[in-house]
Design a protein around this ligand. Structure first.
Ligand SMILES: Cc1cc2nc3c(=O)[nH]c(=O)nc-3n(C[C@H](O)[C@H](O)[C@H](O)COP(=O)(O)OP(=O)(O)OC[C@H]3O[C@@H](n4cnc5c(N)ncnc54)[C@H](O)[C@@H]3O)c2cc1C
Length: 358
């Protein structure tokens, strides 16, 4: 079992709309520090399945660590989906769920910036946490562009209205309803987003929506490299099961790799890794991704998707050069800070130092 997995009791189930519920969790005293989180992070929930044993699904925290006493995730039914419907149909107050500790990188690093938040459907959940936190902690302005099918499907409609009344000079909420103007289009969103295009931008929702919103921003000459995004898709991996051994990347020119626990093969890089208060010095085969090296050596590195999307395995290159095979979630500012995703990182230098300190 993943050492970051814990059983949590559901304290309350709140009906948000006809298709969405919030699950509010009770965190036992001994786990409080493990469930500290930043706005924008998510939990990964294990959903039992007679077919596969279990499936794992990520759900963003809609609560704010700065405004709410308890952690909550908000789940919207996906038509024909498995886990979302199982959770909406089966979980009640008192249910026990197996959940991974909070993870993810979709979080502001400062609170006084102006924010353009853009969400569709259940994509509101991390955005709601960020929005509530920024209003409580910061002084910047916030505009939320929020797309939904119709008025009845707007999650947190009343809370948003109350927040606009409370912060009329700082918060603007623009509802795009498909029932009134059709599906969101790039030019339509561009018109709405134009006044805010220089603000820090956060996009969240299903892939179709984030694509259209990015096209709209491209029309406003906003580079994709400054847009923070969280794309809602189901995991293909199951982090509740033991990690599957990864094969090295085939490049044809790489030296053979040494098995874990033995001295590195000729050509391997050497990496010093700081994680959870311990330091490990390991051979790093040229064709092997950092996360796989750590897991091979039995080191409890954080990960969820292993596909570059969720940001759980973010770490900092303190010395040496690396390269990422795929990067779906780090923006330029973070790359300049030396951040990288362990699940996609290969060594370029011979001698490296990596810190899991984010
Ligand atoms: C970082 C992140 C945060 C997210 N946050 C949220 C959020 O806050 N709120 C939200 O609503 N969504 C969120 N999502 C999306 C969420 O994780 C799921 O993708 C979504 O709920 C759809 O999952 P589903 O299983 O219902 O649907 P699908 O994944 O579409 O279900 C179909 C899949 O389940 C499999 N399946 C069908 N039946 C079974 C069975 N009996 N046993 C096993 N497998 C089966 C099928 O083979 C198919 O692969 C987030 C996603 C990410 C990546």
């Amino acid at each position: 079992m993943n050492p970051r997995a814990h059983r949590l009791e559901v304290y309350e189930v709140v009906g948000e709309t006809a298709e969405a519920v919030s699950l509010v969790f009770e965190i036992p005293a001994g786990l409080v520090s493990r469930f500290e989180y930043t706005p924008g992070q998510f939990l990964t929930v294990r959903v039992p399945s007679a077919r596969t044993g279990s499936v794992a699904r990520c759900y963003s925290l809609s609560s704010s660590p700065h405004c709410d006493d308890r952690l909550a995730v908000t789940i919207k039914r996906t038509p024909l989906g498995y886990a979302s419907n199982w959770l909406c149909d089966n979980v009640t107050a008192g249910s026990l769920l197996t959940v991974l500790e909070p993870a993810g990188n979709f979080s502001p690093r400062a609170w006084n910036r102006d924010l353009l938040l853009c969400a569709a459907g259940s994509g509101i959940t991390p955005v709601m946490s960020i929005l509530k936190s920024a209003l409580a902690r910061g002084r910047g302005k916030i505009t939320l562009v929020y797309a939904n099918r119709d008025r009845a499907s707007i999650i947190f409609a009343r809370q948003l209205q109350q927040l606009v009344q409370r912060y009329p000079r700082r918060l603007t909420v623009l509802h795009w309803l498909e029932s009134e103007r059709g599906a969101p289009t790039a030019p339509g969103l561009a018109t709405w987003m134009r006044p805010y295009r220089t603000w820090d931008i956060y996009l969240c929702g299903p892939p179709g929506f984030t694509l259209v919103a990015k096209r709209g921003l491209a029309q406003l000459r906003v580079s994709e490299r400054v847009i923070r995004q969280e794309e809602y898709r189901s995991l293909t991996d199951n982090p509740f099961e033991p990690p599957t051994p990864a094969s090295p990347i085939a490049t044809g020119t790489l030296a053979p790799t040494a098995p874990p626990g033995v001295a590195g093969a000729a050509g391997d890089a050497t990496v010093r890794v700081e994680i959870d208060g311990a330091t490990h010095t390991l051979p790093w085969p040229r064709g092997k991704k950092l996360l796989d090296v750590l897991l091979d050596h039995g080191i409890d590195a954080p990960y969820v998707c292993r596909e570059s999307a969720c940001g759980t395995c973010v770490c900092r290159v303190a010395r040496g050069r690396t390269r990422m095979l795929v990067n779906e979630c780090l923006i330029d500012e973070e790359l300049e800070m030396g951040l990288t995703l362990a699940c996609q990182t290969l060594p370029e230098s011979d001698d490296l130092h990596i810190a899991f300190d984010q």
